[in-house]
Design a protein around this ligand. Structure first.
Ligand SMILES: Nc1ncnc2c1ncn2[C@@H]1O[C@H](COP(=O)(O)OP(=O)(O)OP(=O)(O)O)[C@@H](O)[C@H]1O
Length: 387
């Protein structure tokens, strides 16, 4: 049996775990309705060559693996897999051509058929950099050569969206990914965020004084979005690309000090590692997952409390006042969202203003929320203006 690089195995294992839990294969298998292809790691009847490899350079695809090249020597022993695409559910990889999502795409091309799943790829052209259409085309060509399908290029227009350029691009990208998933009937869209991305997210949240929800970082699964690599380091995805002969695209934005995240990546995290040791990245990511569990539980409690506080068109001040502060602030936040306040603009300050109508009442005026929403206190209830 040919040996595979540990980094390649690490990425594949992460994808295997995510697909098994993320698209409900484990539950289906328990019901006896699982995929017909055996999925337990390793011991299968045939040896299958890795097909998901090629070379993408800054300007595009520069080479494809030859049959019998070093790529084939990365083959691992696994369960028998039909050479035709599996008839199962479709998962899509969101791939920029960068090392993280390229390693993810290669691993998914390998793992998904072995789980009875089809795997496709979407690359988004934000139209923000010179040569971006050619790069998107190169990623798509590579994906087809790697056996992924369907392969789509989504071209988006980021102008006229709220927030800075980073937020606008992210917004447009997620919208495009959701649209492709809906159109193709994909059950999951896989994103290449790594443990390092998670640590950066937690650090950014700490710096802006976020609460437990913000410090929970990026969720492993949200709706159709799945992040299999949150336990995998960026160094590992780079090593996996190197082992597979994949030359990833380096996004110049990632090193541009004009972007806050780039400065965290280049300066803040390395300074923390120098001062506190290399474990800091994994520890920040662990904080995120610990807080995600707590925040999920508290949000559930708050959702029930919100129901119990309802009174006519508003919320009962008496019922709100009886809640612990941690739950009351979540109830008020959830209610503000329900009234239509946009999540990105709704801050701690707005929730405090609502809370003051409950716990600091002195006849003050109504609280103003983003989205033009106004909430006042009337006859023992909090009520939105106009109702
Ligand atoms: N242009 C794009 N097309 C498709 N998916 C994208 C694109 N840009 C980002 N993504 C998805 O979002 C994830 C996070 O992207 P981001 O640019 O924040 O991080 P990154 O660490 O630079 O990732 P990568 O190395 O994959 O480019 C990517 O791994 C990928 O799954």
């Amino acid at each position: 049996m040919a040996r595979i690089a540990p980094s390649v195995a690490a990425v594949r294992n992460a994808v295997r775990r995510a697909l098994r839990s993320g698209v409900g294969l484990d539950a289906a298998a328990a019901d006896g309705a699982g995929p017909s292809v055996a999925v337990a790691g390793g011991a299968g009847p045939s040896v299958v060559s890795e097909t998901a490899a090629g070379t993408v350079s800054g300007s595009g695809l520069t080479s494809l693996p030859e049959p019998g090249s070093g790529v084939a020597s990365l083959a691992e022993s696994g369960p028998g897999v039909a050479s035709q695409p599996a008839p199962g559910q479709l998962v899509l990889v969101a791939c920029s051509g960068g090392a993280d999502s390229l390693a993810l795409a290669a691993a998914t091309a390998f793992v998904a058929p072995r789980l009875g799943l089809r795997a496709g790829l979407v690359t988004v052209d934000h139209g923000l950099q010179e040569g971006s259409p050619a790069r998107a085309a190169a990623v798509a060509d590579w994906a087809r050569s790697a056996g992924l399908g369907p392969v789509e290029i989504a071209t988006v227009d980021v102008t006229g969206r709220p927030g800075g350029p980073e937020a606008a691009a992210r917004d447009a990208r997620y919208q495009a990914l959701s649209a492709v998933a809906a159109r193709t009937g994909a059950v999951a869209v896989l994103l290449g965020h790594t443990r390092d991305d998670q640590a950066e997210t937690v650090l950014l949240a700490l710096a802006r004084g976020a609460g437990p929800r913000g410090l929970s970082g990026m969720p492993y699964r949200k709706g159709v979005l799945l992040r299999p690599l949150l336990d995998v380091t960026r160094a590992e995805t780079r090593k996996a690309c190197a082992a597979l002969g994949l030359a990833a695209w380096e996004d110049p934005h990632n090193t541009d000090p004009a972007y806050t995240r780039s400065r965290v990546r280049a300066d803040a995290l390395p300074a923390l590692i120098a001062a506190l040791g290399p474990g800091v990245v994994a520890n920040l990511a662990r904080t995120a997952s610990l807080l995600a569990a707590d925040a999920g539980y508290l949000d559930g409690v708050a959702a029930e409390a919100l129901g119990a506080c309802r009174s006519g068109t508003g919320l009962s001040v008496g019922a709100l006042a009886a809640l612990p502060a941690a739950i009351r602030s979540r109830v008020l936040h959830a209610w503000a969202r329900e009234l239509g306040a946009p999540g990105a603009a709704l801050s701690h300050r707005h929730v405090l203003a609502l809370d003051a109508l409950v716990t600091g009442w002195h006849g003050q005026g109504p609280a103003s929320l983003p989205g033009g929403i106004v909430v006042g206190r009337r006859a023992g209830d909090l009520v939105p203006a106009g109702l």
